[in-house]
Design a protein around this ligand. Structure first.
Ligand code: KIV
Length: 272
């Protein structure tokens, strides 16, 4: 029997696999701080991603490249302290895992030890397989990320839809299989044709979570600040905005300023 004071069932990588097997869709959002992560967790989100999109939405950089491992650890620790139910996945930042699998393992160990997170996410396929395998060999769950991989933006040159041509689509499918065979528990597919999202989702046993990868994948992820309408200058086709918080917050602050200026805040009841 369950009571309202009982802790909710924790989402693990095994639970995500069960969700795929039973056809239940997986919900995932980014978070970077304690207060918002707590709201997402209490609302019932399955996976909280401490994305390196923190580089854009928290720090104001143009790309995800500048964010450091120390900064990711700071954000991840804040999120982990808020979350009781969701699986917390942390993005390994650019430069912390590419090209040197020992450094990759050290970076992943720092994330796990210093934040208490449950898994890490890395961008790329075949070219980072050694790092993925080494991290997995330490018992750290790994989520892959294929398609548009923002850490490689200077190689791609643009944020357009990936894998539209057959050769790139075939490479993506191969990479997805390699990541599954290596032992990744899930893969994020970003900004690819829906038909390719469907193909990968059908061919792989592990859960596939999409962002701009169509509706046939096993789950969806969005950047929290985009879906809440805090960011305004980013409107890809895949983004559904659930709020217009930028406007609402702006209006609230305007009202607050006016209340101070015209001496209506604080009122008699709001003072000691
Ligand atoms: O950093 C991030 O927010 C991400 C999502 C776009 C999947 O990797």
């Amino acid at each position: 029997m369950s009571s309202s004071s009982e802790k909710p069932r924790r989402i693990t990588t095994h639970v995500l696999q069960e969700m795929k097997n039973s056809g239940e869709k997986i919900s995932m959002l980014t978070a970077y701080d304690y207060s918002l992560a707590r709201i997402l967790d209490r609302a019932g989100i399955d996976v909280v991603l401490v994305g390196d999109s923190a580089s854009n939405v928290m720090a104001g950089f143009e790309t995800t490249i500048p964010i450091t491992l120390d900064a990711m650890i700071y954000h991840a620790g804040s999120v982990v302290r808020a979350v009781e139910r969701a699986l917390v996945v942390v993005d390994m930042p650019f430069g912390s895992y590419q090209g040197n699998s020992k450094e990759a393992l050290n970076s992943a160990i720092r994330i796990m030890k210093e934040t208490g997170a449950h898994a890490v996410k890395l961008e790329g396929g075949q070219q980072i397989l050694e790092s993925v395998s080494r991290i997995l060999s330490a018992g750290i769950p790994v989520m892959g990320h294929l398609g548009l991989t923002p850490q490689s933006i200077h190689k791609f040159g643009t944020y357009v839809v990936r894998a539209k041509v057959q050769e790139e689509a075939e490479r993506l499918v191969e990479d997805a299989h390699l990541l599954e065979q290596a032992g990744c528990f899930s893969i994020v597919l970003e900004k690819i044709p829906a038909s390719l999202g469907l193909q990968v989702t059908r061919e792989l046993k592990i859960p596939i979570v999409g962002i701009g990868a169509g509706k046939f994948v096993d789950g969806q992820v969005l950047v929290l600040h985009d879906m809440l309408g805090i960011t305004q200058d980013f409107s890809p086709r895949f983004l559904r905005r659930y709020l217009n918080l930028s406007q609402e917050i702006g209006e609230a602050v305007t009202k607050y300023i006016a209340d101070i200026k015209n001496n209506s805040f604080p009122s008699d009841k709001e003072q000691y």
